[in-house]
Structures are given as structure tokens and as C-alpha cells.
Design a protein around this ligand. Structure first.
Ligand SMILES: Nc1ncnc2c1ncn2[C@@H]1O[C@H](COP(=O)(O)OP(=O)(O)OP(=O)(O)O)[C@@H](O)[C@H]1O
Length: 595
């Protein structure tokens, strides 16, 4: 029990420390807001003095001076409060903007293995709804609590000067309310966290469903998948209801307590007036001060429950921010100082081993996806990687792109160890068309310019023409302006592949990695792509394909099986000596005639 309390205390302290940490960059504005808020609060605490005087002097006739002063104070107080709100809201907007920008940059630079561990939509909800919730830390919380605290202190002092007895009575009641609110508020943080978590999971479920909607419909799994989403929605609802119940209890408790407090103070205050202990004006001022104390306390009830949500959201944002970004590798200048060796292969794998997961499962050796792989691709040559499904071909490409780092061994580009190059340099020298040939939402032009931002329309049109995406009768501008839909949904599979290929051509990289770029193409388009692959004399091409016609022409074919290289040679050499290659040619390669 004691340990749980200590844990809760530690979490609360950590929560406040984190909150102050994120507010630090906005402290100048927040200090101003606090100062202005305190001035506004000061003005509200002066008003009862004048009201008291007006009430006590009422019998002697009304003078216009004091009421005018009270009205002026009211106007100035309202103006200052407005200014304070504006400053706080502006700081909140800046916080939301800065946090979102930082998170987006982080997400774009997370190492691929870390990114694969997270649910995509959960990451999105951290950038969107969690930031909105955490913004409440600045806008509806800590400054108001501080200003409220200052108001309470001044009001209590003023009440003590009016009637200490009445004050002690009021304070006991206020203290009881404050403790009740605090105790209830303690429950808000875990509820807030579970609510933000449930929203993240629901978003994940939906994005997965929308991404695979055709598969789900075709499998008639709409209902079952819908039920999954409903369960998540129910979890959000449960957490939301818990939060709402808590809010209702806090507000009802404080509401009743405040009413009781006022009734008691007015009752006992009237008694004190009747025995001449205080004047009527003093009682009016006392009640005004009491209201000034009560407002921050009732406000505290709302603040405490919204702060729970905000702390929950903040801890999810900070959890993501603690993720390390992809190591960019050595800086560009140091890397460029190492001269390439012109007599070396364009790309070389030297005894490379790789495992996706480096953790052993129950004393088992680490499962290697690539085991002691060595091969070289000559400059300007076309090298094909073939092998059964799951042999490790795509993994070879992922290592060349440095999505993952090798577990053992070295990869060299023109004789230079890739580890001594920055990731950016590697990616500028290697163009990759992946298996899914992803197209990004936007126009065909946006897709083509992804890694050639300065390419003009004519250059883009040439690339489209080469891959057969621009017919003679078509206007280049119209084709370039065409929207591809989300993830290229308005393009056919073959068009997506050709668009991805055109993008790779435009990058003018020295090494082209083509993973199944011909699988959706008809014979005519396939041979057009092959012509382009062959036409770049300086471009080294590595291609993974299940089409015999794409592979048979390759200068060298490397045969993979279970993460190892089984053989390498030309199509004819392998047909003559490799059982595995022959069986692949008979069963896997897309052709009617293996020879
Ligand atoms: N991101 C990943 N995390 C963990 N394991 C992975 C990952 N990607 C691939 N694997 C595993 O690594 C092995 C090799 O996969 P890879 O995609 O390289 O095979 P492939 O030869 O390209 O297969 P295919 O011809 O079917 O595309 C497979 O067993 C696969 O399950």
C-alpha cells in the first residue's frame, strides 16, 4: 500500500517535472501571463474594499466617485484577464506547433526497425490528438492555478483583517473541499492515459482496415473486422465515461460544498453583524472575498481533471520523443575524403551476415536471415538475385539501402566501406524500387520529383515516355498533373511499377535496385523496361525477378536459398549445373519454356 502510494507520488512529481520541462521554451510568455494574471487578481481583491465602503456609506447618501472607481477597476481587470488568456493561448499554439514539427521530423528519421515496432496510426494520434490534449497543460492549467493561488492568499489575508473567526470557519470548510478535489483528481491521470491509448489503438485498427479494405470486403470479413473496431471504440467510451464520471463527481461535490459554505458564512456573518462584531459592508466584502477563493477552488476541480488527460497525453508524446533517430553515419566531408577505387566492383558484399532480431529465444542461436553472403556486381552490369520465396533477396536490398545495419561483414560501394559513408550519401548513390512500388498521394509529377526535386517537366516527361507511361498523342503536362490517388490507388499495378521505375531513372543514381518491378507488366512493357535497364552504360543494376525473361539476360545471376548463396553464373551456366536453379526455372519462373 505504502509502496503504491510512493509510486504514485513519484509519478506525480515526474509528471510535473516533465510538464515544467516542456514549458521551459515558452517561459518568457508564461511569466508575462502570470504577471498580468496576478495584476488582474490584485484588482479583483481591491474591489471588495470599495464595495464595503459603498455599502457602509450608503446611509449617508450616494457619491458617484466610488461606484465609478469600481466600474473602472472592473474594466481594467477584464482587460488584463483577456490579455493573460491571449498570451496563454498563443503559447499553447506555439507549443502545439513546435511539438508537432519536432515529432514529424523524428518520425521521418526513426530507424526502420524501431518504426516497425510501433503501430502506424498510434504514432499519428500522438502527433495529432495527444498534442492537442497536452496543449491544455499551458492553456487550461498551471498559470490559472498559480493566479488562483495568489488570489486565494491575498483574499485570505484580507478576510483575516475583517473577521478572523469567520475566516477560520470558512477555511476549515474550504480545506475539506480542496482535499476531496485533490483525492478525486489523483484518479484522473491513469484514466487520461488509458483514454489516449485507446484512441491510438482505435486509430491503428481503422487505418489498417482502410489500407486493406478490398481484401477485407473480398474475404467478407467486414463484420468481424468491424467488431474489432467496435471493441476499440467501446474501450475509448469506457475510458471517456470514467473520465466523465470523475468530472461529474468532482463538480457536483465542489458545487454542493460551495453552496453550503456560502449559506453557513452568510448565516453566521449575519449573526456577527447583529452583535456588532462586523459591519454590513465588511460582511459584503467578506462574501466577495469568499467568492474569490471559491472560484479558483471550483476551477481547480476542472483543471485537475483536464490536467490528468494532458499528463497522459504528454507521457505518450515524451515516450515517442525518447526514441533515438537513425544514425546518419560519418559526416559528408570526412566520408567524401575517402576516394573511390575505380578498379573495384560497383557493389560488393564481403562475408555479410544479418539477423532481423539480435535476441536469442530460449538458448537458440540467433536466426540469421543472411549467412556469410559474398558477391560482387561489376560496374554497368545487370546482376539478378533469384531464389525461393523468403531466401533473403529483399533483405540484401534493405542492407544496401542501409535500412538495417549488417550484423557481420562489410558492404562496399566502389571499394568504399558503406559504414564509412553517411546514410544520405549511400541513398544518393543508390536508387531503390521496392516490391510494393509505392506511389505517394499527389500527382504523377510529385511522385517523379520525390528524389529529383529540380527535374523540369520535360525531363519528367522523358522518363515517363521511356517507361511507356506517356503515349505520343498525350499532353505531357496533363499526364504529369494527373492525381494518382492515395497510395497510387488510381493506377494499375503495372502503372505503379513503371512510375516507380521512372522515379528511379530520374534520380540518376549509380546503382539501381529493382525488386520485382516487372511482375505486373505485359511482354511489351517488360521489354521496354529491360531496354532502359540496359541503356545506362554506367548504371549498375541489381534486379530481383521471378520472370525468366527479366533474369535470363542478366550478366550474372546469384542464386540464394535460406539466406546463403548457393551458386552464381549466367542463366545457361546455372541451368547446366544447378538442380535448385533448374527446379526454380521449372516451377517458379514465369514462362512456358525454362530454356
Ligand atoms: N522486417 C522484417 N522483420 C523480421 N523478419 C523479416 C523482415 N522482413 C523479412 N523478414 C524475414 O526474412 C526472411 C527473408 O525475407 P526476404 O523478404 O528477404 O525474402 P525474399 O527472398 O525477398 O522473398 P520473396 O521472394 O518472397 O520476396 C523471411 O523469412 C522473412 O520472413
Amino acid at each position: 500500500m505504502r509502496r503504491r502510494k510512493a509510486n504514485a507520488d513519484r509519478k506525480r512529481v515526474a509528471g510535473f517535472r516533465q510538464a515544467f520541462g516542456v514549458m521551459r521554451p515558452y517561459q518568457a510568455v508564461l511569466w508575462w501571463a502570470l504577471l498580468i494574471g496576478i495584476c488582474a487578481a490584485g484588482i479583483s481583491t481591491i474591489q471588495p474594499i470599495f464595495v464595503s465602503r459603498v455599502v457602509d456609506e450608503f446611509s449617508g447618501g450616494i457619491t458617484i466617485g466610488l461606484p465609478m472607481l469600481i466600474v473602472c477597476l472592473l474594466i481594467v481587470g477584464a482587460g488584463l484577464t483577456g490579455m493573460k488568456e491571449l498570451l496563454i493561448e498563443r503559447a499553447g499554439e506555439r507549443f502545439a506547433y513546435d511539438t508537432r514539427v519536432a515529432l514529424v521530423e523524428l518520425i521521418y528519421n526513426l530507424p526502420i526497425p524501431r518504426l516497425e515496432k510501433h503501430d502506424r496510426a498510434d504514432i499519428v494520434s500522438r502527433v495529432t490528438s495527444d498534442v492537442t490534449a497536452a496543449r491544455m497543460l499551458l492553456t487550461s492549467g498551471i498559470i490559472d492555478l498559480a493566479v488562483g493561488g495568489a488570489t486565494v492568499i491575498v483574499s485570505v489575508v484580507m478576510m483575516a483583517t475583517i473577521d478572523p473567526l469567520l475566516l477560520s470557519l470558512a477555511l476549515v470548510a474550504v480545506l475539506v473541499v480542496a482535499i476531496a478535489v485533490y483525492k478525486l483528481g489523483e484518479k484522473a491521470r491513469p484514466i487520461g492515459l488509458s483514454m489516449q491509448d485507446s484512441i491510438g489503438t482505435l486509430a491503428g485498427h481503422l487505418s489498417r482496415a482502410i489500407g486493406s479494405i478490398k481484401t477485407i470486403r473480398a474475404a467478407r470479413a467486414t463484420k468481424a473486422e468491424g467488431l474489432g473496431a467496435q471493441e476499440q471504440a467501446a474501450a475509448v467510451r469506457r475510458a471517456g465515461l470514467e473520465a466523465a464520471n470523475l468530472r461529474a463527481i468532482i463538480q457536483a461535490t465542489t458545487g454542493v460544498a460551495v453552496q453550503l459554505l456560502i449559506v453557513v458564512v452568510v448565516g453566521i456573518g449575519a449573526l456577527r453583524v447583529s452583535v456588532g462584531a462586523v459591519s454590513t459592508g465588511d460582511l459584503a466584502a467578506f462574501i466577495m472575498y469568499l467568492m474569490l477563493i471559491v472560484t479558483p477552488i471550483t476551477m481547480m476541480a476542472t483543471i485537475v481533471s483536464t490536467l490528468g488527460e494532458a499528463f497522459g497525453a504528454l507521457s505518450r508524446i515524451l515516450e515517442l520523443q525518447r526514441e533515438p533517430i537513425e544514425d546518419p553515419g560519418p559526416d559528408q566531408e570526412a566520408a567524401a575524403a575517402v576516394r573511390p577505387r575505380l578498379d573495384s566492383p560497383a557493389l560488393e558484399f564481403d562475408t555479410v551476415s544479418f539477423a532481423y532480431s539480435l535476441t536469442r529465444a530460449s538458448n537458440q542461436p540467433v536466426a540469421l536471415t543472411l549467412d556469410n553472403v559474398s558477391f560482387a556486381a561489376a560496374p554497368g552490369a545487370v546482376t539478378a538475385l533469384v531464389g525461393p520465396s523468403g531466401a533473403g533477396k529483399t533483405t540484401v536490398f534493405s542492407l544496401i539501402e542501409r535500412f538495417y545495419d549488417v550484423t557481420e561483414g562489410t558492404i562496399r560501394i566502389h571499394g568504399r566501406d558503406m559504414g564509412s559513408m553517411s546514410r544520405d550519401e549511400v541513398r544518393s548513390r543508390v536508387a531503390y524500387v521496392d516490391q510494393d512500388a509505392a506511389a505517394l498521394s499527389g500527382t504523377i509529377r510529385d511522385n517523379l520529383r520525390l528524389n529529383a526535386p529540380s527535374a523540369d517537366d520535360e525531363t519528367c516527361a522523358q522518363a515517363l515516355w521511356k517507361v511507356g507511361l506517356l503515349a505520343e498523342h498525350e499532353q505531357a503536362r496533363e499526364v504529369l498533373d494527373r492525381s494518382v490517388g492515395e497510395l497510387g490507388s488510381r493506377l494499375s499495378g503495372g502503372e505503379r511499377q513503371r512510375l516507380a521505375f521512372a522515379r528511379a531513372i530520374l534520380s540518376q543514381a549509380e546503382i539501381l535496385l529493382l525488386d520485382e518491378v516487372t511482375s505486373h507488366l505485359d511482354g511489351r512493357n517488360e521489354s521496354a523496361i529491360q531496354d532502359v535497364m540496359r541503356s545506362g552504360d554506367d548504371q549498375t543494376v541489381l534486379v530481383i525477378a521471378h520472370r525468366l525473361s527479366t533474369i535470363a539476360d542478366a550478366d550474372r545471376i546469384i542464386l540464394f536459398d535460406e539466406g546463403r548463396i548457393r551458386d552464381a553464373g549466367t542463366h545457361r551456366e546455372l541451368l547446366g549445373r544447378s538442380e535448385l536453379y533448374l527446379s526454380l526455372a521449372r516451377t517458379q519462373f514465369i514462362t512456358s519454356d525454362p530454356d
